[in-house]
Ligand binder design. Structure first.
Ligand SMILES: Nc1ncnc2c1ncn2[C@@H]1O[C@H](COP(=O)(O)OP(=O)(O)OP(=O)(O)O)[C@@H](O)[C@H]1O
Length: 245
């Protein structure tokens, strides 16, 4: 569904992403996990068209979307939930949701997607008339994910949904993300916690210094594998940390 092939992205002369590749198949929940500054957000912003790679290719359903503008990429089916829960604080929850479908003309289908979004996020239904700014952090996170679904995306990119949320709320958000996956959505979720990645993803890519250092199905990876790739060393069988990135 989504293929990212050896992309390189720089801020001026400073490289942030250095030949990073990954793929997401239809109906998968893939997690990109890595420490601060690894290049995760830069990768998401590049897929969404907010940044342009200096090298590499991005394909959606086999179609090259590299370097297209953000609105075109959104129209083609990628919905991006950036880090930081950007709700329109003066608008109600309902209005925030409808803004997500602003570019659509199929009003009847928008209505059904609106109802569907509220079914996934019952707390939003209770808060429908409340200004977005009055919601708790966890509710705002649910609102921005619900809004992203309003474009009927082929792929949803969610950047660090757990940031600044209490563990119990993080669990709730991930329950919803897994439910979305179970019902056919394709998701890429950025995460800093290897533990949460293992618990929730179908497949995981560990990113460090702008590159993938480990890739695999969650069922086949251990905490230790992830930590080694995350922190940049490999614990050899003789117990010596031997390979440094
Ligand atoms: N606007 C910017 N201008 C210059 N350098 C930037 C900018 N944004 C990010 N960087 C740098 O690019 C690199 C990758 O940053 P990025 O935000 O993509 O990492 P990240 O893995 O998402 O980290 P975090 O978990 O902290 O969000 C870092 O070295 C960062 O300092």
């Amino acid at each position: 569904m989504l293929e990212v092939e050896t992309i390189e992205v720089s801020y001026g002369r400073i490289p942030a992403v250095r030949g990073l590749s990954f793929r997401v198949d239809k109906g998968e929940l893939v997690t990109i996990v890595g420490p601060n500054g690894a290049g995760k957000s830069t990768t998401m912003m590049t897929i969404a068209g907010a940044l342009t790679p200096t090298r590499g290719l991005i394909r959606l359903g086999g179609v090259d979307i590299t370097g297209k503008r953000p609105e075109e990429i959104a129209r083609l089916g990628i919905s991006f939930v950036p880090e930081g829960r950007h709700v329109f604080s003066q608008l109600t929850v309902g209005e925030n949701l409808l803004i997500g479908a602003d570019m659509r003309r199929d009003r009847a289908a928008v209505r059904s997607d609106y109802d569907r979004a509220l079914a996934y996020f019952p707390i939003l239904k209770e808060r429908l008339e409340m200004p977005g700014g009055k919601l708790s952090g966890g509710e705002q996170q649910q609102l921005v994910i619900a809004r992203a679904l309003m474009t009927r995306p082929k792929v949803v990119l969610v950047d660090e949904p757990s940031l600044g949320l209490a563990p119990i709320i993080v669990d709730l958000v991930y329950d919803i993300l897994r439910k979305l996956r179970d019902e056919g959505s394709t998701l890429v979720v950025v995460e800093q916690s290897t533990h949460r990645a293992l618990e929730n993803a179908d497949r995981i890519y560990v990113v460090r210094n702008g590159q993938v250092t480990l890739e695999g199905a969650s069922a086949k990876l251990t905490d230790k594998d992830l930590e080694n790739a995350y922190f940049g060393f490999e614990d050899k069988t003789d117990g010596v940390a031997a390979v440094h990135f």
